[in-house]
Design a protein around this ligand. Structure first.
Ligand SMILES: [Zn+2]
Ligand SMILES: [Zn+2]
Ligand SMILES: [Zn+2]
Ligand SMILES: [Zn+2]
Length: 302
């Protein structure tokens, strides 16, 4: 869920209450607000008051320029302006009045990152803050489970516990692995299936994905590793995956991808061990009715 979308819903609800305003409207005039003294950035006692001023009185989200106001001076954010015809506070016709004074105040100030409580201690100018927050390394991670239905977010220890408890994901300690994947009907690759195992090594966690899907029109099996952490840390590791039997072997060496990148994106970029079904049958100890693939692998510090 996008941050604040719950609040947005509420705003939409309250909007319906105001769609029929019967209070006579006052036409918007050109309002010019003289602006001489901005609050000096970082001045301690001004900050909280200004933070309150910069909070939309309708949806309680932070307001970013363009900031709007009604003819009576009630300010509201650009989203609320879009959905309300009249001021939610006094019900006057909103018109199209900017609140330049508040916009200037906003631009002159520095603000903490919204993930301050998660450990980010930097201050940012108004516009820089939004840009930073999109990439802040303290922002919560999305659950790496290969399903678009899970929208759980949190830090890594929280997500590891969540994978174990809510998705019943297998947890393994150690940097080498030896897995056997069995698919009862190898010809049923059309409906994508997948498995996730979490490895705990070097004090970090890695997600090993194994799945069957159609790559274009070709049924394939694919295995790849994702790192539960930031991309720059993921690059400090390497891994190999090997599938083989009956004198044949296919080896993949790669670099784990951060879980900041979605499972689907990594899969679609084909950054992993891909075994076409036709080849997989050579490695399979089962007959044509059942596919058994033995995948071994190792993770190390590059
Ligand atoms: Zn608002
Ligand atoms: Zn108003
Ligand atoms: Zn931050
Ligand atoms: Zn989840």
């Amino acid at each position: 869920m996008a941050p604040g979308s719950g609040i947005f819903d509420k705003a939409v609800e309250s909007h319906s209450k105001y769609t029929t305003c019967e209070i006579p409207t006052m036409k918007a005039q050109n309002v010019s607000i003289p602006m001489k003294n901005t609050i000096p950035p970082g001045e301690k006692h001004g900050i909280n008051g200004v933070h309150e001023l910069l909070q939309c009185s309708t949806c309680a989200n932070s307001m970013y320029p363009p900031i709007h106001q009604c003819p009576n001076g009630h300010t509201l954010c650009v989203n609320c302006k879009r959905i309300h015809n009249c001021c939610p506070t006094c019900r006057f016709d909103l018109g199209n009045i900017r609140c330049l004074a508040l916009e200037k105040v906003a631009e002159s100030m520095e603000f903490p990152c919204r993930y301050q409580s998660l450990g980010c201690n930097d201050l940012f100018p108004y516009y820089g803050k939004l840009k930073h927050e999109k990439h802040c390394s303290f922002r919560p991670y999305t659950c790496p489970y290969a399903s678009s239905e899970c929208s759980v977010t949190g830090d890594i220890p929280f997500l590891v516990a969540h994978l174990k408890e809510d998705h019943s994901v297998d947890m393994h300690d150690g940097c080498t692995f030896n897995h056997r994947y069995v698919k009862s009907n190898p010809h049923e690759v059309e409906t994508a299936t997948w498995m996730l195992t979490v490895f705990n090594c070097f004090g970090r966690q890695f997600c090993l994905h194994f799945e069957a899907f159609l790559l274009g029109t070709a049924p394939v099996y694919m295995a790849f590793l994702r790192f539960m952490g930031e991309d720059k840390e993921a690059k400090k590791f390497s891994y190999t995956l090997e599938v083989g039997a009956f004198g044949r072997k296919l080896v993949w060496q790669g670099v784990p991808r951060s879980i900041r990148e979605s499972h689907t994106r990594v899969r679609d970029s084909q950054d992993g061990l891909i075994v076409p079904r036709s080849l997989a049958l050579y490695f399979s100890s089962g007959d044509n009715q059942e596919l058994k693939l033995r995948v071994t692998g190792r993770i190390w510090k590059a």
